[in-house]
Write a protein that binds this ligand. Structure first.
Ligand code: SAH
Length: 454
């Protein structure tokens, strides 16, 4: 059957917005034909222009907002939408929290999962929360410039206030940029693949206030590196580590293989859940320290530990969850696929004098199967997988290891719902999901789900 598309490209229409997709797009329907529109909210009416027409759905752009949602707040600046840094900035924060809870409810409903979902735990101040920045460096209007990419593009838009980053990090980027200008450092040119400096990374410890600056360069040499370091340390007393990473490849991947010290030490210290962590340039470390503590706390609560349990922390990263759980358990086993993360995790156990934790390098699905063969008795399992969720073979191994309790930390509701369905087939019943807003102003939805073996 040929579907009659009721709109034409470039046509102007007045539409009512009825929904907001998980990608933050407003949805309007023209004779049941969905149109996706950026920058509009449910309950709004807008004049739009059709930009793209597919068979099943189309896209339009906002021309004129005719009726505003009570949940609309004045955008701080257009650039946060243009760059995709803060795609929900026009939605009032309480409504963002509801939106995130609804994302989970929607996927659960579609998967016929009847699981209670708690209200999203939000931040008192949902801005300036990121402890890490990675900003591209380019030559724009005759000067070395820092900023962020325009959405779906390689064009860098100059920016100083990044809104969701620690303001101290924004300040550091500006100071470093100005120093680099004084030394005539040549910014990277993506078209010609020439120039020196590609990206500046800054990370700042939330409790320690220690700062690391990493220069990611195309060339092996960063001219005047030592002099630049001296100037940075003079201007920014919090900086304890200045590093260089060389990435000579023509790629979107930020880091290359080679990292070297320019000045100070090669890590910063910070704390999480009262534990010490040493974080090196390429370590994965949660970007929202305040909400990470809440997330971990919820995960530990859900595991209901008494101190006598054997616990597995799968996808353990640098061991943050394992180490936080250690004082509530008899023994913790972490498993993680990135070697440097496992080394960091072991080191972090040592500096906290924690000796009931053991980290294994490998794929969680393989190591789980091995633990099962070895006859390991497990009381509780905590998982924190990447966006793609759990492997089917991992879920099978869970069914054989049979921990009485399981806690699923998820950053993707779609794969969470898929996996909860598969886990139900292994006898695991989900008792409830707690969303935690780790990434205010963005579309990311993080949650903790508690499961029990029936
Ligand atoms: N729990 C940690 C890390 C979570 S991020 C924290 O809160 O900081 C997910 C982690 O899973 C990453 O460290 C990634 O390297 C790891 N990972 C991805 N695929 C994996 C696999 N198949 N097996 C084990 N670890 C994996």
């Amino acid at each position: 059957m040929k579907i009659q598309v009721p709109v034409r490209k470039n046509e102007k229409l007045t539409v009512d917005i009825m929904d907001l997709t998980y990608e933050g797009m407003g949805v309007a329907k023209v004779d049941n034909y969905p149109l996706f529109i950026e920058g509009v909210l449910p309950d709004e009416q807008a004049e739009v222009e059709v930009t793209k027409v597919n068979k099943q759905y189309g896209f339009a752009r906002l021309v004129n907002l005719l009726k505003k949602s009570p949940d609309r707040v004045e955008s701080k600046a257009n650039i946060y939408s243009q760059t995709g840094i803060a795609p929900l900035q026009h939605l009032a924060y309480p409504a963002q929290l509801t939106f995130k809870r609804n994302q989970i409810l929607n996927v659960f409903q579609k998967a016929h999962l009847d699981i209670p979902v708690q209200p999203t735990l939000g931040m008192a101040d949902p801005t300036g929360y990121r402890n890490k920045a990675q900003v591209p460096v380019r030559f724009i209007d005759g000067a070395l410039m820092t900023g962020f990419y325009r959405k779906h593009s390689h064009q860098v838009m100059p920016m100083e206030d990044f809104y969701i980053q620690d303001p101290k990090i924004d300040e550091a980027i500006k100071v470093v940029r100005d120093i680099l200008r004084r030394f005539y450092i040549d910014p990277y040119n993506e078209d010609t693949h020439k120039g020196v400096l590609r990206t500046i990374m800054v990370r700042r410890g939330y409790y320690s206030h220690e700062m690391m600056i990493v220069f990611i360069t195309r060339s092996k040499k960063l001219p005047a590196a030592r002099e630049i370091a001296i100037e940075i340390k003079k201007a920014l007393p919090e900086v304890v580590s200045i590093m260089q990473n060389v990435n000579a490849a023509q790629t979107n991947v930020i880091f290359g293989d080679q990292t070297k010290l320019i000045a100070g030490r090669d890590f910063i210290r910070d704390e999480l859940m009262g534990l010490k962590f040493e974080i090196s340039a390429q370590s994965f470390y949660q970007v929202n320290p305040v909400k990470t503590e809440v997330l971990y706390q919820k995960a530990i609560e859900a595991a209901e530990l008494t101190g006598n349990e054997t616990v597995i922390d799968a996808y353990s990263g640098i061991g943050t969850i394992s180490l936080a759980v250690a004082k509530h358990a008899k023994q913790v086993y972490g498993v993680e696929v990135v070697e440097s993360a496992v080394m960091d995790a072991r080191h972090n156990a040592k500096i906290n004098a924690i000796d009931n934790v053991e980290f294994t390098l490998g794929k969680a699905e393989d190591v789980m199967a091995q633990w099962q063969t070895d006859g390991l008795q497990v009381d509780a399992l905590i998982v924190d997988p990447p966006r793609k969720g759990l492997e089917p073979s991992f879920i099978e191994a869970v069914g054989q290891l049979k921990p009485a309790k399981m806690v699923y930390v998820s950053c993707n509701p779609a794969t969470l719902a898929r996996d909860l369905d598969l886990l139900a087939a292994q006898g695991y019943q989900a008792e409830g999901t707690q969303p935690v807003d780790m990434f205010p102003q963005t579309l990311h939805v993080e949650s903790v789900t508690k499961l029990v073996l029936k």
